[in-house]
Ligand binder design. Structure first.
Ligand SMILES: [Zn+2]
Length: 351
């Protein structure tokens, strides 16, 4: 079925290829089928479309509710299931480094470095190669390897921290600062409590304390299922759930670190000291303690990544899209365009 995907891309860009568009997510029409990458709404997708999900954060997983076929890495499907208790039907795994073929079009999953199982998708039609990054991180962490750039004609890239203001310190320094803060807090008889995303950052923090201290880590039960998926996939994690007897007892009577979600407002009492780990810490105006530990690329990493992909055309979504667009013109001579998306510019994101 030929599918008209042109609703948002400007008219002049249509000369690139008559089969690629942005319709609440990247849409590619092969002669017989529609491929939709990270769709954020489903009502305009044909039932026989294939939905691709880049990673398990809630702002990218709408495609798992599509009635037709779904593809992601197995880890992304498992983390989504752990977080939402949602079974994914009509599912075919597409593992990192592997290809799926649809008529004359190939889709390859490539490591995005953002969290376990996170993928970029390289879509190759007979005329054009498109790289859709999803969320990317361009440095190694304790739980992930850096995103891999790929040569492409068209690059569609996130710009969460696409402003020159966002330059993250070396990760080892941030790790050291977090551990020092936790040890200092414990020395005062207070339990350090870190608010982080339940999937990705949470497991990195657990790994940090497992690797460099002997302090027991107790977690909000929402992290429990995701931890198990990480553990099953080779990330050796040790933790106690706050719903287990051991976890409750440790939290009550022992020196420990407590890891919970960004929006957890349950009353913890004076025995606890809260802190946050997020890239937004660089711009946070609140008095809360916050560490600039991000699962996203900062500005310099984004520019470097784009340079390595050497695209003819760049489309940007999310965050500081306009600032990145101006910088690409000035530094690389690349004309970039912005595609509309939800904003992701707050310190207290909910996933
Ligand atoms: Zn994400």
């Amino acid at each position: 079925m030929r599918y008209n995907a042109w609703r948002v891309f400007p008219r002049e860009s249509r000369t690139l290829n008559d089969r690629i568009g942005w319709l609440d997510g990247l849409v590619v029409a092969t002669p017989d089928i529609t491929l939709a990458v990270d769709p954020v709404r489903l009502h305009r997708l044909p039932h026989n479309a294939w939905a691709f999900v880049s990673h398990a954060h809630a702002d990218h997983t709408r495609g798992f509710s599509h009635r037709g076929h779904k593809q992601s890495t197995t880890e992304t499907r498992d983390i989504h299931r752990a977080l939402n208790d949602q079974k994914v039907t009509n599912f075919t795994a597409l593992e990192l480094g592997h290809l799926a073929k649809f008529d004359d079009t190939e889709v390859k999953a490539i490591n995005a470095g953002h969290m376990l199982g996170s993928a970029q998708f390289l879509v190759r039609t007979p005329n054009i190669t498109i790289l859709y990054t999803g969320d990317i991180n361009c440095v190694d962490t304790l739980t992930t390897k850096a995103a891999q750039p790929e040569k492409c004609d068209v690059l569609i890239i996130e710009a969460t921290y696409g402003s020159p203001f966002y330059k993250f310190p070396p990760r080892e320094n941030v790790y050291a600062t977090i551990v020092e803060w936790a040890l200092d807090t414990l020395r005062h008889g207070i339990v350090p409590c870190l608010h982080v995303y339940a999937a990705g950052k949470g497991q990195e923090i657990i790994r940090l304390f497992n690797s460099y201290t002997r302090i027991p880590v107790v977690v909000d039960q929402r992290l429990d299922g995701v931890n198990k998926t990480y553990h099953k996939n080779g990330n050796n994690l040790h933790w106690l759930s706050d719903h287990s007897t051991d976890g409750k007892e440790t939290l009550e009577n022992m020196p420990c670190v407590y890891v919970t979600t960004p929006n957890d407002r349950k009353h913890l009492g004076r025995r606890f000291s809260r802190a946050y780990a997020t890239g937004w810490a660089l711009s946070a105006k609140s008095r809360a303690t916050a560490f600039p530990l991000s699962s996203h690329a900062d500005f310099d990493q984004l520019v470097g990544f784009i340079r390595e992909c050497a695209p003819r055309q760049v489309y940007i979504f999310t965050g500081f899209a306009d600032e990145l667009r101006y910088a690409l013109k000035a530094r690389l001579g690349i004309e970039a365009r912005v595609v509309p998306s939800f904003a992701q510019r707050t310190l207290w994101e909910s996933y």
